[in-house]
Design a protein around this ligand. Sequence first.
Ligand code: 9MR
Length: 380
Amino acid sequence: MRSLRHLPRAAAIFAAFHAAALPALRAQPTLKDTYRGMFHLGAAIRPDQVNGRTPQAAELILREFDSISPENVLKVGPIHPRPGNDDSSYDFAPADQFVDFGVKHKLFTIGHTLCWHSQLPAWLDQQQKSAEPTITKAELTQFLRDHIMKVVGRYKGRVHGWDVVNEALNDGAGGYRQTIFHRVIGQDYLVMAFKWAHEADPAAELYYNDYNLDANDAKRTSCLELIKYLRANGAPITGVGMQGHYNLNTPSAAKVDETIKLFADLGLKVMITELDVRAVGAAPVTGAVGAGGGGGRGRGAPPSLTAEQQQALAQRYADLFAVFVKHRAAITRVTFWGLRDTDSWRRASSPLIFDDHYQPKPAYHAVLNAAKSAGPAKAK
Ligand code: 9MR
């Protein structure tokens, strides 16, 4: 108990120490400056990083990144936990703080996500888990419309791009995931979601976002078909998000390259939206990110990497960023899924470019160096 009582003070001293260490980096080029003119560099962020509780995190975000994504606060469950559509059905405060931070610091601000089968409000998740949901097509259509109009409308002009639909495709053989939306409304929930988002904010960019598009050819084919289906039905999609939850060796950089090109050839903006690389730990058998493929959700400190492991992670980031730089005409943003390893959903595999103490890992420098392959900067 004795040591616990002193924890806040110890934490403050620790924070001050590391804040003092940050100026050493300040004179050096930053990620966002290095990639300016190519694409935005972003990070997924959490409430404590924008509400003043971890100022050193906010400082690092503002120094290195020019785009932010909300890791959780804008998902349907967190922001709209109760049925109905008046303000008492919503918990806007954490999302408001996130968006205000973006506005205040002029960051390219992402909304994630308007329609996903995961992190739904409990009442809707129960429906989804039921073999015979009782919610009617009219009721669920109304709920989805209300949700999208309300949330996109609230942040109109302040959130610049929305992951309108997230992870609507199956792993394995591909095809549509049998979410509650697909089962009850049918395939055209996809079209309607994009149309409502556009109606609520005609200036916002609208994305389809998914993982393993570069690791699973069947899923990628399904995604290309989904995009054609959306367009054939007048859904205003502007881009596709490849999440980028990668392993050290898979998918190959060549597959990532090939996949970006396929989407770019459709005239879409391409984004890497949730980048992380599992530095240690086994890859999941099926590569199913959404089904426990995180590779280390355990709590506690991330493992410290050996010099060889740091180097391997750095090399993988270098290879990936070389591909992103090559496709800079199509890629508009690369976003890391978290700031430091400690905050990552994959923390046990040390997947990010900043360590526990907000210090850059060798992978950070590899990302900076990779920009050199672009040659002189171009205007976007
Ligand atoms: O990083 C998010 C984690 O904090 C949540 O517990 C988890 C819930 O499923 O979602 C994580 O983010 C996911 C993202 O929203 C969509 N793509 C997969 C990401 C990792 O699971």
